[in-house]
Write a new protein. Structure first.
Length: 277
């Protein structure tokens, strides 16, 4: 099912899911990456090692009010080691203020020893049970848990959900790459980085690309894809994944999901606090 959310509808979502609205009067759409990284943020309160490398860590932002839900988040960045979890700290800080305990998974990427396909996915698969164990050990095992990722991180979240051994409320892809073979044939900088991640083109490594294509039929939780129709990095055609619920945010660009002053962010928050109702 595909839903298109306009600005007015996003404002209604805001009123439904926030008791203390944080948006300024002049709402922003199609924000630049520089605007995302310039947001105010808090550093993680703690981190969890799930393997030996310094890159195999989970960074934790506890809820600053009563914990409403927990989010396991896989950051994007074209699978490249040039981009780490820190670019989304403004998002994690904003979510924590709204009662969402947030766990940002860091992982080895293209350019890191052990990164690339399939090592990057293996890192995510190792990290997820570590979060669940942490929650259980701190009596937070009963809060709703969501798994989400942005861009290339959305791709990894969808793939990791196929082998997930504990229940989550939803799997949420934010401008997620769902068809890497098609994506690899594009011309933007993230698309041209795709063969680097796989160490080959779709023509050379058809089996690897097929194995890296998410299949909603193998995911036990509901899958929601949030996509902006002004996204020039991951085109809206990547949200055509059979079996998923697709929500299109009008005027939203690729980075709007990471910026707390956008209607796109409010759509994500609504999923995490209200279940998308």
């Amino acid at each position: 099912m595909i839903r298109i959310i306009s600005l007015l509808m996003a404002l209604a979502v805001l009123q439904a899911c926030q008791t203390t609205p944080e948006l300024s009067a002049d709402e922003t759409k199609n924000v630049a990456y520089s605007e995302v990284v310039s947001q105010r943020y808090k550093i993680a309160a703690s981190n969890i090692a799930y393997a030996d490398s310094i890159l195999q860590r989970i960074y934790y932002w506890p809820a600053e009010v009563k914990t409403q839900s927990a989010l396991i988040f896989i950051h994007g960045g074209c699978w490249l080691n040039a981009y780490d979890y820190t670019h989304a700290r403004g998002l994690f800080t904003a979510l924590a203020k709204q009662g969402v305990a947030t766990f940002a998974v860091e992982y080895r990427r293209t350019g890191d020893a052990g990164g690339g396909w399939p090592g990057t996915l293996s890192d995510i698969q190792q990290a997820l049970p570590a979060v669940k164990q942490w929650l259980d050990n701190r009596s937070l095992g009963d809060v709703p848990v969501y798994l989400a990722g942005h861009s290339a991180g959305g791709h990894l979240a969808l793939l990791a959900a196929q082998s997930l051994m504990f229940p989550v409320e939803k799997v949420i892809g934010l401008a997620a790459i769902t068809d890497p073979a098609t994506y690899a044939n594009g011309a933007n900088s993230c698309q041209t980085a795709t063969p680097q991640f796989f160490s080959g083109t779709p023509e050379e490594l058809a089996g690897a690309y097929a194995a890296a294509t998410p299949d909603v039929a193998n995911i036990k939780a509901p899958v929601v894809l949030l996509q902006g129709d002004a996204d020039t990095i991951v085109p809206v055609t990547q949200s055509q994944l059979a079996g998923s619920d697709v929500i299109i945010s009008e005027g939203a660009g690729h980075f709007d999901w990471l910026h707390s002053k956008t209607p796109a962010y409010q759509l994500l928050l609504n999923q995490l606090l209200q279940g998308g109702e």
